[in-house]
Every structure is written in C-alpha cells, then in structure tokens.
Design a binder for this molecule. Structure first.
Ligand SMILES: *[C@@H]1O[C@H](CO)[C@@H](O)[C@H](O)[C@H]1NC(C)=O
Ligand SMILES: *[C@@H]1O[C@H](CO)[C@@H](O)[C@H](O)[C@H]1NC(C)=O
Ligand SMILES: *[C@@H]1O[C@H](CO)[C@@H](O)[C@H](O)[C@H]1NC(C)=O
Length: 447
C-alpha cells in the first residue's frame, strides 16, 4: 500500500512540473559559447537545460520532460539519501529501475588519462564515489565511455592496497590482480574496477586519482559520463585532493533555466568569500558523506512557524536532521515542518486568492499573489530566500506554486533536504576543516 501511494505521489508531481514549465519547452535558443575553465574554478552547467552539454545523451526527451523526470526523481533521491542516513535501513523502493545514483543535475568538465579524454562529471555533494563508465561497460548509458587502454597513465588498483579496503563491497577473487567492487540499490547495481589515472580539472592536475571504472550497470544506475563525489568520505574527490584544496569548495548553482555554463565550482581555499554567514557542519559518523547542518526553524515573513523540535533535531542514530544536497531539485521537509511552513505561507497570501494543487505541489495560485519571504534559520545563520528560490512560476499565465514539498507519501523519512532550487544563485561554501557551511547571495544564471 505504501509503495502504491508513493508511485502515485511521484507521478502527480511529475505532471505538475510539466504544466509549470510547458511554456519554456520550445525555447531552445542559440546556445552561447562555453567559457573556459581556469585556475581552480570550474564552470557549472545544469545538465538538462536548453543548451545541455550532455545533449542527446540526456535521458530526458525535452526540457519539460526533464523537469518532469527531475521532480519524480527527487522522491527516489530522498529515499536514497534517507537510506544512507542509517546503515541497513529497510525501505520499499519507490519505483522500479531506479535509482542507485542519479542522472546528474549539474555537471562540470574534466579530463582523464594521458592523453586526456574529456568527461562531463556530475557534481554530487552526497556521494563519495567517482564513477566513470569505461569502455566495454555492459549497461552503461553512454556512447563515449572512458577508454583505459588509450591512456598511458591508467593503472588498476591492486588487491591489498589501502584504497581497496575503502571501496564499497571490495572483491578480490583468488586470481584477481586488481580490486573490484560493487554497489546495489533497489533493483539497480554497479560493478567496477578500482582504478587510478591522472585527472585534470580546470587548471589543476590530480595524479593517481582513484575512481571506479564501471564495467557493468543494471537498472538506471549509471551516470552518463561519471560523477564527481564531493562528499566527505575517505575515497571522495574532496578527500583525495585534501593536500591541494584543503577539503574546501564552494559553488554557485545556476537556475535550471540557464543556457550555459554560468555557474562555478571553486576548489580550494583561494578565492573563497572572506565575509560570509556560516553555520556549523554536523558530522554523522554513520554517514560521513552527507553534509548535515543544524536547521533550527523556518520563518515566513516575520513569523517563526511552530514545529516540534524533534522534526528538526539532528540524531546520528536515526539519521534525522537536515542535509544540503546538490542532487535534489525541490526541498523536501518532513511532514510537520512542511505543513507548518505551507499553512503560514497560505495564511500570509490570504484567503482572497484560492489555493489549488498542481499535482504534488499543494500551494499554488492561479492569480498573481504576493508571496511572503521565507527564511531558513540555521544555528548562527539566517538565509532569507528571494522569491526565485521559493516559488516556481509558469512562463505563461499567472500560476505559481510553492516549490517545496513534504517527504513522499507513505514513507517515514526523517531527513530534511535543502535542495538545489533553494540554493541556486547563492554562493554556498563547504569549509570542512573549519566545520562550517556558508551562504551568500550571488547571481550566476545567464539566460
Ligand atoms: C552565458 O551566456 C550569456 C548570454 O550569451 C553570456 O552573456 C555569458 O557571458 C555567458 N556566461 C559565461 C560564464 O560566459
Ligand atoms: C483559477 O482558480 C479558480 C478557483 O479554483 C477556478 O475557478 C478558475 O477556473 C481558475 N482559473 C484558471 C484560469 O485556471
Ligand atoms: C542546534 O542549534 C541549537 C540552537 O543554537 C542548539 O541548541 C542545539 O544544541 C544545536 N544542535 C546541535 C546538534 O548542534
């Protein structure tokens, strides 16, 4: 029963997204030239915008189709993150064929091997792994896999090496010369050879970068061209480049409507904002890769909405709390928090405008209304979101919706996930050595 409700909830949310953006679907404008990467700064592009660098490799049939899929994917992403939060947590997979890893939301360019082979890697703050589809991979959804045989600097990681121990489910069969590993989730699975090669990002070179060379994928598990794991775990890009970048990065995610690589991912301590509001990072030893923060409340206009403290409290044992995630599109809050926020937003908009639902978004108006500002309250930091981070508008007509949702129906999730729509056009700083996350407004959307 719970499973059936979840699927229903997902498909209505998908319908909503189609309706909301249908007017922009045809706007495949001429695409501006991609600016070069330089120094330790990578340009960031939305993976499925009108000028997607993934082009035809993106699974989505159209721009509107992408958003529909994205909204649906969020529900399974949430379950994935929630399952990460507690080891061995059992849950019902929400839809068949999904979702070990996400198709990317934001991508950066990188070059792997000698001579260098170009890749588009998904920016994923909740993953440690670096997965790269390799030549001969069975089931990888890419037409341009990385070809290890063409790289003079490629090395398989031998069994017994320290990296092999860190890989998920490492396997070394009696005759194996190199370390294999695998991962499965719902009905998807991945099998990879732990490997090392030279990775170049922007102006920098990472020698002997350890990644999973994908050999087999089932379900829709594999990212089209690979993943840049920016989580905090030991095998992540962040951990591997600690000497270069000091486990520090920031990004500005452009709006999903942005045409080009207009956002940036800035690696290292140099060039980061000096004066920025910050909140402490919380570490969950059970799930070291997730960026937990201490969200203490939500304000609508001047009023702090009333929510039970337990709905926001950080609990490493259950995984409860709030995480920042670059791979979820619309913020998802546990039901008591979402309902309190939504009710206050509705009260502020006023009874004169009739509230309606558009699929999974339950607070929509089909007349122009004055949306109240929403402020996320963190320990030591307040982030007041401008309307573009709170409301999704049709580009035709006047319908607009509160662009957040409760956790999927029928699933008892414990995580609040602050998603990309609510982060876009902000500089978000992840300063791991100092245990803090910063937020500052920055415009990085080019239309
Ligand atoms: C993206 O395209 C816009 C419009 O053509 C252009 O003004 C802008 O400079 C481009 N962004 C970057 C980072 O070059
Ligand atoms: C707007 O909403 C009202 C109330 O639900 C409904 O009667 C009306 O038909 C809607 N208008 C449009 C243009 O959808
Ligand atoms: C979260 O912040 C509140 C308010 O500052 C504080 O009382 C609480 O102890 C913090 N929780 C954690 C886990 O740091």
């Amino acid at each position: 029963m719970a499973l059936r409700m979840s699927i229903a909830a997902m498909s209505v949310l998908a319908v909503a997204a189609v309706l909301v953006v249908a007017g922009t679907a045809a706007a495949a404008a001429s695409c501006p030239a991609t600016p070069p990467d330089a120094g330790a700064t990578l340009q960031v592009s939305h993976a499925f915008g009108p000028c997607s660098p993934l082009g035809a490799e993106s699974a989505a049939p159209s721009w509107a189709g992408f958003l529909a899929e994205q909204a649906a994917r969020d529900a399974s992403r949430l379950l994935y993150l929630d399952s990460l939060a507690v080891k061995g947590r059992a849950y019902a997979p929400i839809a068949s064929g999904r979702q070990l890893l996400q198709t990317p939301t934001y991508v950066v360019r990188a070059r792997l091997g000698t001579p260098a082979q170009q890749l588009l890697l998904a920016v994923d703050t909740s993953n440690d792994a670096a997965w790269i589809p390799c030549s001969g991979c069975a089931g990888c959804p890419t037409s341009s896999p990385f070809n290890p045989a063409a790289s003079a600097s490629y090395r398989p990681v031998p069994c017994g090496s320290p990296q092999c121990v860190l890989a998920p489910n490492p396997s070394c069969s009696p005759n194996a010369k190199s370390c294999g590993f695998s991962l499965s989730y719902a009905d998807s699975s991945l099998q990879a050879a732990l490997s090392q090669d030279t990775l170049a990002v922007a102006g920098d070179v990472v020698k002997a970068y350890t990644f999973g060379c994908l050999q087999r994928a089932t379900g829709t598990a594999a990212p089209p061209q690979g993943l840049l794991g920016l989580g905090r775990g030991p095998l992540s890009f962040l951990s591997q480049t600690k000497d270069m970048y000091g486990a520090t990065f920031s990004y500005c995610l452009p709006s999903f409507k942005s045409l080009n690589f207009s956002g940036t991912l800035r690696l290292g301590r140099n060039g980061q904002p000096r004066r920025i509001k910050t909140t402490p990072l919380l570490a969950n030893p059970h799930r070291s890769s997730l960026y937990y923060v201490n969200m203490t409340g939500i304000r609508v206009g001047k009023k702090v909405v009333s929510v039970p403290a337990s709905a926001l409290a950080f609990d490493p044992a259950t995984g409860a709390g709030t995480v920042l995630d670059s791979g979820t599109m619309f913020t998802r809050l546990v039901a008591p928090v979402y309902l309190a926020l939504r009710d206050e937003v509705r009260r502020r908009v006023g009874a004169a405008a009739a509230v309606s639902s558009l699929g999974g978004f339950d607070t929509c108006y089909n007349t122009t209304v004055a949306w109240p500002p929403v402020t996320l309250l963190f320990d030591g930091m307040q982030v007041t979101l401008p309307e573009e981070n709170v409301v999704i508008h049709t580009t035709y007509g006047t319908t607009s919706c509160l662009a957040m949702a409760a956790a999927p129906d029928g699933v008892n999730t414990v995580l609040n996930v602050i998603a990309s729509m609510q982060q876009q056009n902000h500089r978000v700083l992840f300063d791991v050595p100092n245990g803090r996350v910063g937020f500052a407004r920055e415009s990085c959307t080019a239309a």
